[in-house]
Design a protein around this ligand. Structure first.
Ligand code: AN7
Length: 356
């Protein structure tokens, strides 16, 4: 390949595009799979943990994988506008790909409950932002209803092209490792992503690109854990606003992934999620957003309990970039306020010597 031009070009044969399709791309995908070096040593376990850092996509989240496909197909079908409900990342991604395509984007977001970076991005990409005094689930319901009455294409993960785009993350992992991991850990909100990874892995296994399949581990925030409770949650709450979702759209698909892979769902408190986010930053230099760290919180818990045995190869997807949510990051580091000193050599020298 000459230079990388996005996941549709790379996996063209496995995606529903033709030679005449105009590809709407921002060179998404091809994100790093980074092996953790310090955390396994800290916890004293013999495990290979890799993180798939999806925060390095063009708009800072895994949503770009699905959005390049969904917007490409919307434009191919003649659509001039897209719409989504979002906890923040889908809206940023939809807005960016609409800008790239030259079409309009409408996004419904829960007022006051989306991270600052996501709001700033979406404004910059010039989407029409509609805040509702309600949560994501109510927004999603409204989007489904309004799409029946207006010429707009829904680009939430109920759009099957989103799932097709996102399955390429599983392809990249197998292409990088030469095999599928033993365990794949993901944060779960609407469950589109766990659905997509399972589709990608099973497609590769069917075609003998890999000989094994991972166990799928879906982790939720304790206050927004419908898969763990086995029923919808009407008032989801969590500091990880990206996964503040109580009525997942890919309910049946996610249960299929769990059942077929022999996997499980579990839930973790905001404190556990934030601790995992800080740990990744502090000990590995990898800054993801709070929701993303739920995958590591879950993996560490299940490694600790032995549910994931030593010797395992584990991939945790880090779905979004830490820079998306500066307010939570500052809150996490409230005790580490920067010091202010005189602009003199003496004062700087003293500050350094004091903290060595
Ligand atoms: C960082 O943007 O639902 O289980 O509207 O932003 O596929 O829903 C975001 C979801 C995990 C959960 N991590 O993925 C939205 C939205 C981050 C996310 C998820 C989201 P799914």
């Amino acid at each position: 390949m000459t230079h990388y031009t996005g996941l549709i070009e790379r996996y063209r044969k496995r995606l529903p595009v033709s030679d005449s399709t105009r590809i709407i791309s921002l060179n998404e995908g091809n994100t790093p799979l980074i092996q953790l070096q310090n955390i396994p040593r800290l916890i004293g376990k013999e495990v290979d943990i890799y993180v798939k850092f999806e925060g390095l996509n063009p708009t800072g989240s895994f949503k770009d994988r699905g959005m390049t496909m969904a917007v490409t197909k919307a434009v191919e079908a003649g659509s001039h506008a897209i719409i989504c409900a979002s906890t923040g990342n889908t809206s940023a991604s939809a807005a960016a790909y609409a800008a790239r395509a030259g079409i309009r984007a409408f996004v419904l977001i829960p007022e006051g409950k989306i991270a600052l970076g996501k709001l700033a991005q979406t404004l910059m990409y010039d989407a029409k932002i509609i805040q509702i005094s309600g949560n994501f689930d109510q927004g999603m319901q409204l989007v489904k209803e309004v799409a029946d009455h207006a010429p707009v294409t829904i680009v939430n993960s109920i759009n099957p092209f989103r799932i097709d785009g996102q399955k390429t993350a599983a392809f990249e992992i197998v292409d990088a490792l030469g095999f599928a991991p033993d365990y794949h850990c993901l944060p779960v909100g609407n469950a589109g992503n766990i659905t997509a990874y399972w589709k990608g892995y099973t497609e590769y296994a069917r075609d003998r690109v890999c000989g094994n399949l991972p166990v799928m581990c879906g982790y939720q925030a304790a206050g927004a854990a419908p898969f763990v409770l086995g029923e919808m949650v009407d008032h989801p709450e969590t500091v990880a606003t990206a996964i503040r979702i109580g009525h997942p759209q890919s309910w049946d698909f996610a249960w299929t992934a769990q059942r077929e892979s022999g996997g499980w769902f579990d839930k973790f408190t905001d404190e556990q999620i934030l601790a995992a986010q800080k740990m990744l930053s502090q000990f590995e230099g990898i800054f993801c957003e709070p929701a993303s760290a739920t995958s590591l919180a879950g993996a560490l818990h299940d490694i600790g309990s032995g549910k994931i045995p030593e010797g395992s190869k584990i991939v945790c997807t880090l779905t979004g970039n830490g820079i998306k949510d500066p307010e939570i990051a500052m809150m996490q580091c409230a005790d580490a306020k920067p010091i202010t000193i005189d602009a003199s050599l003496d004062a700087v020298k003293r500050a350094i010597l004091d903290s060595l």
